[in-house]
Design a binder for this molecule. Sequence first.
Ligand SMILES: Cc1ncc(COP(=O)(O)O)c(C=O)c1O
Length: 377
Amino acid sequence: MTEPPHALSLDERRRLAMPGVERTLIGRHPVSPQDELRSIIAELDGLDGSDDSTWDRYGDGGPVAALEGQVATLLGKPAAVMFPSGIMAQQSTLRVWSDRLGSRRIAIPALSHLLLHEQDGPRLLNGFEWALLTTGAMNGGVVPTVDHLAAIPGELGAALLEIPLRDGGYLLPSWEELEAFSLACSDRGVPLHLDGARIWESVPYLGHSPAEIAALADTVYVSFYKGLRGLAGAVVAGPEDVIAEARLWRSRHGGTLWTMLPYAVSALRGLREELPRMAEYHARAVEMAELLAAKGIRTFPTKPHCNAFRIFVESPGDVVTERVVTVMEREHLAVTPRWGDSEDVPGWSWTEFTVGSATMEWSAQEAVDLLARVVLT
Ligand SMILES: Cc1ncc(COP(=O)(O)O)c(C=O)c1O
């Protein structure tokens, strides 16, 4: 006997409703695996006739080489190497720096992806030790500054900045703070590595090109499946010799795949189609935050630093999630991700909202009216 829907958990109801979703307000519209692969084939057809459309073999040649070349140029770095994942990319890069510097101690914000989402792998697999630049509450955290770096005594193998700091609320430093941090690292002889999973999304707020941002760091990791809507994959750009060594660590970590072609082609598509839209997405996020505030709905940051931000409402997380899931079931419309209870303010809950191509199909006012109808009723 099938159970009535109310006997299911909210997560189960959400999972069941997901395939029926026809429109979404967040990020990009859902796409079937068949349509996604067709779109990647169309991108590959567009490369036809050049070496870029042949297979890479163990990461050499084909669209992988084309992607590495494009990213190195975009970031103004001499060399770049593709990895299957950002987790592997950053461990490999930090391993190179820390071996060179003779210290596995990495200065890092406590809200970094490496500390929160990697199951302690960087420490267990590569022996990294963490020198925490900032602790920071999940809601309203702070980004590291030169003072935080100066407060860490002793040897360091590298310093890492995540731009934007996702678990701090997608927070960015100002351009001046970033420049000062970079200078402090070079004065101290510490390589600066950027976790630029969302560097593309950071460009409008920082007001500088990816190459100008990357010039402040020694190595930069970028991702292709956040704002750029790729399948997966990462690239690290930096000096020739560091990148050559990172390539060795990719093999040692088991990441030199027989081919990464579909991932590389999806990344090339993202650079072509989504990268030019980042300013538009950021402007829409700022506009939506203002309109939400006018309805009494709080965002953090008040003025978003990139295309993603947090929304807060004065109701428990399950209550708001229940409203969101009901709209998914009845209207085939995804309005927000799941909501979680606020750790700081009892009775309040929050979620992350990301502006992407799907969001742009609504006007800012329509999007905010829809959000308010669902989360406040
Ligand atoms: C800030 C940040 N760094 C690193 C990663 C790791 O990337 P991957 O999932 O490709 O391993 C992510 C993934 O979400 C991320 O958000």
